[in-house]
Structures are given as structure tokens and as C-alpha cells.
Design a binder for this molecule. Structure first.
Ligand code: NAP
Length: 277
């Protein structure tokens, strides 16, 4: 058990990557607070996790856009577990897929507000709510979640990619500030790789929803060739949240880059054949 006596908050942990991380941390002996916006999702995830892990897990509704919600989560965690030694700022979403040129200025304003506010400002809000407690403890391990387009250009997901690029830059800059302090607080950035989750289910396809079927078929193909394994990817986080980690400001992957490049080349050939036939 690598996380015995550890305590964690994981944002956006009722489904997908956050939920898997909650399971993995609990299995390693950590006490975990789960949360997301939807009360019913929190209740369902909590009752399933409690069956296996009992009082080691608590959960509350929390919107990372709201600093008040985050403060409540920190207070409840300290009340229940005595500390918040780990934060995984994982909550994120995407609401639009397609070329930027098809978005009207009104659409840009609306989508950018939702996506950047949740994915980027949500990370800042979460960290800002937890940092005073971590400084008080003189200890903390923070993980932020990067994503597609953050480290290389990606079409059709411009706003999402910008939000994730911001997360990487913010995390690296904050790492410099943390390194200059006496308290042992570190931040690192998790790149999960492409994993099939609910992330795409609330996406609007532009220029029109007619693209949806074709895009979904392509996505299945992409996931088949370069999709990662949820548990394998999430397990890569553990070495960065244990006390002895030396890393700070480092982006680490939940997948193998050489394997991804090899499979992406296979995928390209299949896509080419599809276009020809
Ligand atoms: N799946 C991938 O291929 C992939 C790749 C790279 C990075 N990521 C990143 O990994 C993270 C998790 O995504 P996922 O794929 O696991 O998607 P997911 O299954 O849709 O999970 C997202 C979680 O975030 C919560 N959430 C969304 N908005 C929130 C808000 N404002 N406040 C609090 N919680 C919120 C959702 O629950 P509620 O709706 O109840 O709030 C849900 O629990 C995201 O940051 C995503 O960008 C995913």
C-alpha cells in the first residue's frame, strides 16, 4: 500500500478517469473525497465505492467554477480525514467539436466560457482552495490533467486544446513558485492519452450534427488504434503523489509514446484505404 495515511481530493471523480483514479488511490490505502456537479452521480459513485472501501471515501456535489463549493470540499475533507495531502484537479469537459471557422462569435463566447472556465479556471480555483491547507501541513502533492492539443496542434478541438495548453503553462509556472518555498508542495501534470469516456457525449458537432455519425465512426477507429487502457493510464499517477517523489513541474504520460506513434502510423494507413475505397 503506497498511499497509507494519505488523504486526497479528486475533482470530477464520478465517472471516467477521475473515478478510476479514486478507485486506485483507495486500493493503495488513501482516504479519498470524490466530487462532481451532479448530485445523483455523486450518490451513485459514492455508494459503489463505499461497498468496497467503507468510510475511506466521502463525496459531495461540487462545481469547480465555484470557489465556495471548493472551500466546502476542503473543509469537509479536513473534518473527516484531518488533512488534504493530495489534490488531483481532474474535472474537465468539452462541448464542441469541429473547425473553428464554423463557430459564430456568439458560439465562441459561449463555448469558450464553459470550456475554459471549467478546464482552466477550474484547475486554478481547485488549487487555490487547497493550497492554504497544504502550506499549513507543510506538505502537498498536486496533479493537474492535461489533454489533447496541449503539447501539439490538434484540429477540431481548438478551444479545448487552448484550455489544456493553459493548464500545462499554469502548472509549470506554479511549480517554480512552489520550488522556491520551504514547504514540500509539488505539482505535476498528467497526460492520460486518448481514453474512451463520457467526455465526448455532450459535444455539439459543427458545422452541423450530420457530421456526428461519421465523426463517431472515425473516433471508434482512432480509439481502436491509439486508445489507451483506463486503469493502466491512471496507475501512472501514483508515483507522482507519493511522499518521496522528487518531480515538480513535470508533464508525464499515461501511455507509451513510441507505441502511440507506431499505432498512429497504422491508423493513417487504414484511414487512407477507407478514403480510397
Ligand atoms: N478521455 C480522454 O481521452 C482524455 C484525454 C486527455 C485528458 N482528459 C481529461 O481528463 C479529465 C477527465 O475526463 P474524462 O475523460 O474522464 O471525462 P468524463 O468521464 O466526462 O469525466 C469528467 C468528470 O468531470 C466532472 N465535471 C465536469 N465539469 C465539472 C465541473 N464544472 N465541476 C466539477 N466536476 C465537473 C463530471 O461530472 P459532472 O458532469 O457531474 O460534473 C465527471 O465526473 C478531463 O479534464 C479531460 O479533459 C481526457
Amino acid at each position: 500500500m503506497r498511499l497509507k495515511n494519505e488523504t486526497a481530493i479528486i475533482t470530477g471523480s464520478t465517472t471516467g478517469i477521475g473515478r478510476k483514479l479514486a478507485e486506485l488511490l483507495l486500493k493503495e490505502g488513501c482516504k479519498v473525497t470524490i466530487c462532481s456537479r451532479t448530485e445523483s452521480k455523486v450518490k451513485e459513485a459514492l455508494s459503489e465505492l463505499k461497498e468496497q472501501f467503507g468510510d475511506s471515501v466521502i463525496g459531495f456535489p461540487c462545481d469547480v467554477n465555484k470557489s465556495k463549493d471548493l472551500k466546502k470540499i476542503v473543509d469537509k475533507t479536513v473534518e473527516a480525514f484531518g488533512s488534504v495531502r493530495i489534490l488531483i484537479a481532474n474535472a474537465g469537459l468539452n462541448t464542441v467539436y469541429g473547425p473553428f471557422e464554423y463557430l459564430t462569435p456568439e458560439m465562441v463566447e459561449s463555448y469558450a466560457k464553459t470550456i475554459i472556465s471549467t478546464n482552466l479556471m477550474g484547475v486554478m480555483n481547485s488549487i487555490s482552495a487547497v493550497l492554504p491547507q497544504m502550506y499549513k501541513q507543510k506538505y502537498g502533492r498536486i496533479i493537474t490533467t492535461s489533454g489533447g492539443g496541449a503539447d501539439r496542434p490538434l484540429d477540431n478541438m481548438t478551444i479545448y486544446s487552448a484550455s489544456k495548453g493553459g493548464v500545462v503553462t499554469f502548472s509549470k509556472c506554479l511549480a517554480l513558485e512552489l520550488a522556491a518555498k520551504d514547504e514540500d508542495v509539488k505539482i505535476n501534470i498528467f497526460q492520460p492519452g486518448m481514453i474512451k469516456t463520457a467526455l465526448m457525449s455532450n459535444v455539439k458537432y459543427v458545422p452541423n450534427e450530420k457530421n456526428k455519425q461519421e465523426i463517431e465512426e472515425n473516433l471508434e477507429l482512432v480509439l481502436h488504434y491509439i486508445g489507451g487502457d483506463l486503469e493502466k493510464s491512471c496507475s501512472k499517477v501514483i508515483p507522482y503523489i507519493i511522499p518521496k517523489t522528487k518531480s515538480n513541474g513535470k508533464a508525464f504520460r499515461g501511455f507509451s509514446l513510441p507505441k502511440l506513434i507506431f499505432n498512429a502510423m497504422k491508423l493513417q494507413r487504414v484511414m487512407k484505404k477507407r478514403k480510397v475505397s
